[in-house]
Design a protein around this ligand. Sequence first.
Ligand SMILES: Nc1ncnc2c1ncn2[C@@H]1O[C@H](COP(=O)(O)OP(=O)(O)OP(=O)(O)O)[C@@H](O)[C@H]1O
Ligand SMILES: [Mg+2]
Length: 391
Amino acid sequence: VRDAIVILAQSGRALAQAARRAGLRPYVADLFGDEDTRGVAKSYRPLKGALGGRLSRTSALQAACELAHLSGHRLLGVLLGSGFEGTPALVAELASEHRLLGADAAVLARLKDPLRFEMLLAELGIPHPPVSLSPVPRPEEWLSKRVGGSGGGHIGPAHRWAPHKGQYLQKRVAGRPVSVAFLANGLNCEILAYTEQWTAPSRSAPFRYGGAALPAAVEMALAVEMAAAIRAIVRETGLRGLASADCLVDENRWWLLEVNPRPGATLDILDRCPTALLSRHIAACAGHLGSREAAPPGAAAIEIVYAKRTIPAAPSLDWPDYVADRPRAGSRIAAGAPICTVMAEGPNAGLARQVLQQRSAGVRGALERKGHEDEWGRFAPKRECSGRTAC
Ligand SMILES: Nc1ncnc2c1ncn2[C@@H]1O[C@H](COP(=O)(O)OP(=O)(O)OP(=O)(O)O)[C@@H](O)[C@H]1O
Ligand SMILES: [Mg+2]
């Protein structure tokens, strides 16, 4: 039986745990090397690159080779998470050496090149904000973005923008962020969930990704339109696997911002059905969508906890179950960097978010305010580790 999978991503933890739920052995490379990632991975390799930016070509190619070799003859293929959206050439290189489980380089290039994507949406009649590669007359009505960027940290106001390679402008539109998670087989798709998104603005990154909750309240008529648009994109591009479409929804209008042709930040809270989502992802990549499964009732939410100030050495903590992407004891977390991820469930999205906020505050308190750990019982430090460097 082929039961190993190589995972390359900015953060591979969610994919690695999803692989375990699907009965697979994950071989993982990512930027963080968190405690739980290393705990769940059969083997781990660090990747080089910038969070929200590009991953180093050589480190990705090398890690894929080493991990594929280690996994032996039972390797199913290589799964790419976030971080490859801006480098279709690297994805093509990886595909020439390994079997990729997900969108191929051609699909990626078509979806992540702003002008080609805009053309695709225009052809299919899908509402979207206009984009521009050159300065615009009223820049205050536009945002600047990095091609292939993720995590929202690359988005800023366009008023002082000078055109440069790898950046583009997108017109601002109104509305609340809703992301549609779906599973595609190249011809058709199944909508898995509508999730609401929020930002965690910092001074330098006003649109930095905060978190997401499901289900999002979306009017039936709009939900049907959004699903039809996604189906048309899948049919036109041949997109396969787990993916998501980021939208803005304003009363009875909506706009499609982007398609993420890969499993995304909501994987943890989506994977609650009897069949593991990663098994469905792999089947969908082979063309099989399978049958729809009812999601469990209730709501779930997930968010990233960012460090407000630098944490010189993360303490060794007895982490509660709802904390993921746990920093290794002793690792330095720079101000503005993610500390970890927190999850919560509840009868509805609002209540799940309330619990989430309390948990995030508790985590930040335990890590940022030395000596205040007792405020939050479960966060009693086991031992103080210092002098260990981050991986
Ligand atoms: N054209 C726009 N008009 C208004 N708000 C926007 C626009 N584009 C992006 N935003 C805001 O920024 C957020 C992230 O946008 P987008 O999905 O394009 O970037 P991203 O880097 O992929 O971020 P994420 O990883 O959070 O999806 C949106 O949810 C929305 O709040
Ligand atoms: Mg997005």
